[in-house]
Design a protein around this ligand. Structure first.
Ligand SMILES: [Zn+2]
Length: 266
């Protein structure tokens, strides 16, 4: 077991700082979503951020998470064209996630584990929604994070993480093969398969199964009405898997315990 930092529990100052750190990470996540989802893929380091409309380079004071967007009232300092509301929303979302994890788990490895996992899931959902891709940087990079947490943070044995990753990868690969065979079209992209290997490394095999179940459930609740309404647009399944994985992280143990008890009584 790695030494845990002293559990700060509900210390409002630490929760605030966790939120602040989350806002900065959310600001970087915006860049990742935009550039990793671009065709062709772009570096997240270079070039520095510019206004997509007029090309004006952003100064440091234009880049302060949430604050800059509010000060500029959502418009570029140069051309006054509107800046997408996605930027402050992602920054706010990640800030709230990091603050929530610090509040829920105190200041330590478990909070970091949950915050990193949920941030990657948000990145995947946003990129899949915008560009219909799940970049390897999120899926395989996240898989790396999950294994590192298992190796060094002592959150779960490495074997559990590896088994989870194998189950996630294998299950979705099977769905892809069977789906392609049954429907004669691509049912599942390679991005989803790699994404579920990442989810498995964080949640273990039980959590992986629950994620796929919840993802399919949420997906069909959205899918079926859309299809019945004659909507033919491709629906990015990664969003539903991300929602299922976040739900599993938050309430999965409770669901599995309840289900285990339910089976025990049956
Ligand atoms: Zn501009």
């Amino acid at each position: 077991m790695a030494p845990e930092l002293p559990n700060a529990g509900n210390d409002p100052i630490l929760i605030f700082y966790a939120g602040l750190l989350g806002a900065v990470i959310g600001s970087f996540l915006n860049v990742c979503i935009l550039r990793w989802g671009a065709e062709p893929k772009q570096s997240v380091v270079r070039p520095p951020s510019r206004c997509p409309k007029c090309g004006r380079g952003l100064r440091w004071y234009d880049n302060i998470p949430l604050v800059s967007w509010l000060v500029l009232r959502g418009r570029c300092r140069g051309c006054r064209e509107p800046i997408s509301g996605q930027y402050p929303l992602v920054e706010l979302g990640v800030a709230l996630v990091w603050a929530f994890m610090a509040w829920r788990h105190g200041f330590g490895v478990e909070a970091l584990h949950g915050a990193v996992f949920t941030t990657i899931l948000l990145g995947i959902a946003m990129t899949d929604a915008r560009a219909y891709v799940i970049p390897d940087e999120f899926s395989l990079g996240g898989l790396g994070f999950g294994l590192v947490f298992a190796l060094f943070a002592g959150r779960q044995p490495l074997g559990t993480a590896l088994l989870g990753a194998a189950v996630g990868f294998g299950l979705l690969w099977l769905v892809a093969v069977l789906g392609g065979w049954m429907f004669k079209q691509e049912a599942m992209g390679g991005g989803d398969i790699k994404m579920m290997a990442m989810v498995g490394a964080f949640l273990g095999w039980q959590g992986t199964l629950l994620t796929v179940f919840l993802g399919a459930l949420i997906g069909s609740l959205v899918f079926v009405p859309l299809t019945l309404a004659g909507h033919k647009k491709l629906v990015p399944f990664g969003i539903f898997l991300a929602l299922g994985a976040a739900a599993t992280y938050l309430v999965g143990p409770a669901i599995l315990t309840w289900y285990g008890g339910y089976l025990g009584r049956a």
